[in-house]
Design a protein around this ligand. Sequence first.
Ligand code: NDP
Length: 336
Amino acid sequence: MPDARTLIVPHADVERLLPMSACIDLMADALAATARGEALLPLRQVLRLRGGRDAFAVMPAVLGSAIGAKIITVFPGNDATPFDSHIGVVLYFDDTNGRLLAIIDASSVTAIRTAAVSGLATRLLALPNASDLAILGAGVQAMTHLEAMLAVRPITRVRIWSRGMPRCAAFARWAHRRFGLTVQVCETPESAVRGAQIVCTVTAAREPVLHGAWLSPGVHVNAVGASVATARELDTHAVVQSRLFVDRRESAMHEAGDFLIPRQEEAIDNTHILGEIGALLTGEVRGRQSDDDRTLFKSLGLAVEDVASARFIYERARAEQSGTWIELGGLRPADE
Ligand code: NDP
């Protein structure tokens, strides 16, 4: 009998099979391959629900021999519930018979791969000895971003700000338990950011929470939260003064309010995007030019990141003979 089984990978298994440091290297490979033209990567389809705040997104990609898609809901209001604000699956297919090889929890893949890409951008753009980190936002991405920043820079000081102080305090307790770190909870975003060498914005804000006037020379910013054309986390000054890199130029032109709103104000034009992270890896563009440069990575999240993660998770689970396998279908009816 041919093997027609599909692997089901729940949240806890993703966390075990996709460790942050391995995921950072995996994202480097995926984004470099994308920069070399080895991916099929259309813009994601986003259906806006009800008032437009909630969304249902379909994100397909082909990366080399890996075929897949993430299908996900984004409900920012889940922030106040036990549910993740990003829920869905990553589907992974083979390119021989088109078999569905794996169905993987998307909340955990999204949490890890997004932070891993920020980790990669930080590895490429931040000052080598950057040790002072500020995080704006205290949700799921704040947690994985702390782990990613610790993986790529010798972080010794961490400050956090979010709207909800209890959430920040809970984050600080978690960080102490997990990494033995003391995290300073700040009452304003400005007091979290002043003097920081790395800043991660991971909020669901639609208006700026980070102002350029607070950013020191030499800082590197990962702007992760806003992923639609009408929302932004950074004010215009923060973008104008920075050397700007993106995960994908085409996506930024359609989906990045952090870029599109300053462009609409005519503070910048398209040339302000200096390149993609993948082009930094292939050596096509140069990143930081001096210790005083402010660098900015605008992350939107790409389906190639999910598909690369899915392939990695599937191959590891298969090698370990772990996981739950089901026969979903896909075989022809047997001949009589
Ligand atoms: P969570 O729901 O876990 O956390 C959201 C955080 O944003 C909370 O700290 C919340 O504050 C804060 N927040 C919500 N609304 C506002 C507001 N109006 N002003 C300031 N802060 C606000 O979300 P995640 O951590 O999973 O995701 C964070 C952001 O990153 C989201 O916007 C998400 O869509 C985006 N994202 C981007 C990805 C990418 O690839 N670039 C991938 C995944 C997510 P409080 O503590 O007060 O509730």
